[in-house]
Structures are given as C-alpha cells and as structure tokens.
Design a protein around this ligand. Structure first.
Ligand SMILES: O=P(O)(O)OC[C@H]1O[C@H](O[C@H]2O[C@H](CO)[C@@H](O)[C@H](O)[C@H]2O)[C@H](O)[C@@H](O)[C@@H]1O
Length: 393
C-alpha cells in the first residue's frame, strides 16, 4: 500500500550520558539507559541488612533508574462532588512537553505524508504500546479491538512487533500470523524465506514461521542460551524469598520484575541481581518498566532489529519507504535513535508523562495507539477507494 509523505521537523533534547568511567565500575553492571529519564526521584530509605552491602547498587545508578523506570501514578485530587481530578499542573506540564513531542494523532498528515508516495512499514513494541501495563506480566492481554486494528494495519502495511519478551510468548499474546515477530529485544527474528537475508548476517538458519511455512531464523545470541538458562535459574533462586519478585526466561534474556515488590526491598533485589551478574561478564543489565533485564553483551538491540528487518524485507536504503516505530520503553529508544539518525521515518513515544526521548512524536496511551492504527487503516482504505474510482473513470 503506497502512501505519500512530507518530512516533519522534530525536536530532540538528548540527555547527557552518564559518566560511567567516573563511577569506576564495570560497564556490564551499569544501567544501559539510552535516554535517561528527566524526572528522577531520590533513592528510597532502607534499613540495611548488612552495612555497606548495598553500596554497589546505590553508586552505580541502578536504584535511581529503578525509581524512575515507570510513570508514577497520577496525582488525583477530588472535587467538591468527590469526582477525581488529575492535577492541572501535571496536565500543563504534559501540554508543554507535547510542543517538543507533538501528538501523532494531531500530526497524522505530517507523519504519513500522503503527498509523497511513500510506503509505510510499521514497527510496534508490545507491553505498554499494544497492551496496557498491568501488575501480572502473564496477564498483559491485548484487547480484541486492538487486535482487529493490528490485523487491518497488516493488510495494508508490512507490520512487525519487536518485543523484550520471548518470540513465542509475544506471538501467543498477539496471535496474528500476518505479522513479523522479533522477540528478546530483537535477538530472535523470523522472516519469510522469500525475503532477503542481509548479507552481513550469515547466521540465519532455515526454520518455519507461525503459519508453518518455510522461514529464515536469525538469532545472533544463540551461543548464550546455556548461559541464559543458568543465570535464569540463579536469579529465580536468589529472588525466591523476595515477596512479589518474578523472573521471566525469554530465551536470550531474562527479566526480573519488581513492580509487585515492596519499595523498601528494591535495593535488595538490585543487589542480588548485581551479585549474580558479577559472575557473568558477558551479560549486561538494561532497565525497563519496573523490570531489570539481563541480556548478552552483543552489539544488538531493537534499533539493529529494525535495520535488519528493513533490509530483509528489501526496504533498506529506499527513499520511498517510511518506517514508523511506536514504543513506550527505554529499550525502544534504540529504535527511535536509528530512525532519527538515518533521518528516515519517525519514532512515536507512548507516554502518559513527560520524558526525554529520541522519538519525534507522542501518543498518550494504548487507546491512542489504537486510534492511530485505525487512522492508518482508514487512510489506506480511502486511498484504495480513490484508486478504484480512478480506474473506473
Ligand atoms: O519490549 P516490550 O514488549 O515492551 O517488553 C518489555 C517487558 O514487558 C513486560 O513487562 C512490562 O509489562 C508487564 C505487563 O504489563 C508489567 O507487569 C511489567 O512491570 C513491565 O515491565 C515483560 O513481562 C518483560 O519481560 C519485558 O521485558
């Protein structure tokens, strides 16, 4: 489906990178924060079990990153009738922030640039983008309406999901065979056998896709599977007495959730993960939304996965292709950066609160993501109708 495009000006304020060497600690134990949050809060006060024991995670920034890893709950006041009012100040701050990251809904024509005949390629994150953030990661379901919007989008545009979850898990949650899936932050990609294997990535092997058709499988971190299995078991063991902690095995990476852990125990959970990682110099830590993510030290992330998919679908270096990436998490910043750096396509950040990002536009929440996807479908249908009426005239 062809659409047409213009370039929008976009505004970015990059956060200053953390001075890692100043901290004098090993780089794999540092938070890999692509876009440090601008609204950090202080480290929680805890009663130390062992004096000095938690100094590692205090000094290396993990606790600050954990504190700011997900939007705080909105401050709600009551009006005279007891009706909830979200703080005006928060809304004003959000409106100001939107000057820098305009709503993708209000900027729809600019993004899709209908007059330039560009082919859109849609990339989406899963959690927080297609499904709302919930306490239990196993219950992060997509609504039927969202699924239907996604199915329709995929009818018109090549559409891929790039998730931190394992590829099987994200497919299980989405359940649409018509999409491309990249799991484990892009370290597990399946794409149709007819598509191109990017030359520099000879590691592809033959496999089958979700329809049982022949496909190519790209797993750049396959040698890490035994190590990830081992670290998963160690993390399960070390966190088993921390109430609310949950460890997920994503095949090429491991997630340690602390959303349901009492905040006073966050330093303990961080220190435990830190202690385990000391034994694995080839693994590193990144921060997601109330989750610590352990993954291999390889030069691969969601940004690289976007480039890989564009190349394998034959869309690389094509000026008539416009990639759009929608995501809510710090790991999505790698994808936003790729699009921004190459000055092609647009990153759209999903956020209910102001935060620094390499994205160019914003959407407030999953319901706005759904609206955006439905608008894409409507636009594509209108273009089809236009073409049909042109043909019959
Ligand atoms: O890249 P994504 O598809 O966004 O995956 C990132 C992580 O998402 C999941 O965790 C997040 O969503 C959960 C469900 O809403 C929530 O409970 C958790 O606090 C969030 O961090 C998933 O469980 C993780 O393994 C992914 O790494």
């Amino acid at each position: 489906m062809d659409v047409k495009s213009t370039k929008a000006s976009s505004i970015l304020a990059d956060p200053s990178p953390m001075n890692k060497s100043r901290l004098g600690i090993r780089s794999n134990l540092l938070p890999c924060s692509q876009s440090g949050p601008s609204f950090t809060t202080s480290v929680p006060t805890v009663t130390r079990k062992k004096p000095g024991k938690l100094d590692d995670v205090r000094s290396n920034g993990w606790l600050d990153a954990m504190q700011s890893s997900s939007p705080p709950r909105k401050k709600v006041n009551k009006d005279f009738n007891g009706v909830d009012l979200v703080s005006d100040e928060a809304e004003i701050a959000y409106q100001f922030w939107m000057i820098r990251y305009p709503s993708a809904l209000n900027s729809f024509q600019t993004i899709t640039g209908r007059e330039m005949n560009k082919k859109l390629v849609i990339f989406l994150d899963y959690d927080g983008t297609l499904s709302p953030i919930v306490d239990d990661p196993d219950r992060a379901f997509m609504s039927d309406d969202m699924r239907s919007a996604l199915r329709n989008v995929a009818k018109y545009f090549p559409t891929a999901i790039i998730s931190g979850r394992s590829r099987n898990k994200v497919y299980e949650l989405v359940g649409l065979t018509e999409l491309y899936y990249a799991g484990s932050h892009g370290m597990d990609i399946v794409f149709p056998a007819k598509d191109l294997v990017p030359e520099k990535h000879v590691k592809c092997v033959k496999s089958t896709d979700n329809k049982g058709k022949e496909a190519n499988l790209f797993q750049p971190a396959s040698e890490f599977i035994p190590m990830i299995n081992e670290v998963f078991r160690n993390l399960v063991e070390i966190t088993k007495d921390i109430k609310g902690a949950k460890v997920e095995d994503h095949k090429f990476c491991v997630s340690v959730h602390y959303r349901n852990v009492d905040e006073n125990s966050w330093p303990v959970i961080a220190q435990n993960v830190h202690d385990i990682l000391k034994g694995y110099p080839r693994l590193r830590l990144t921060h997601g939304r109330k989750v610590l993510e352990v993954r291999p030290v390889i030069d691969w992330d969601k940004g690289k996965a976007v480039e890989f998919l564009l190349e394998s679908l034959g869309f690389s270096n094509r000026s008539d292709v416009l990639p759009i990436y929608i995501g809510d998490d710090r790991t999505d910043e790698d994808a936003f950066k790729v699009l921004r750096k190459k000055n092609r396509g647009y990153g759209i950040l999903v956020s209910t609160v102001p935060k620094e990002s390499n994205a160019s536009f914003s959407l407030r929440d999953t319901s706005e993501v759904q609206d955006f996807l439905e608008s894409l479908v409507k636009m594509a249908q209108e273009d089809d109708d236009e073409d049909a009426s042109y043909d019959t005239n």
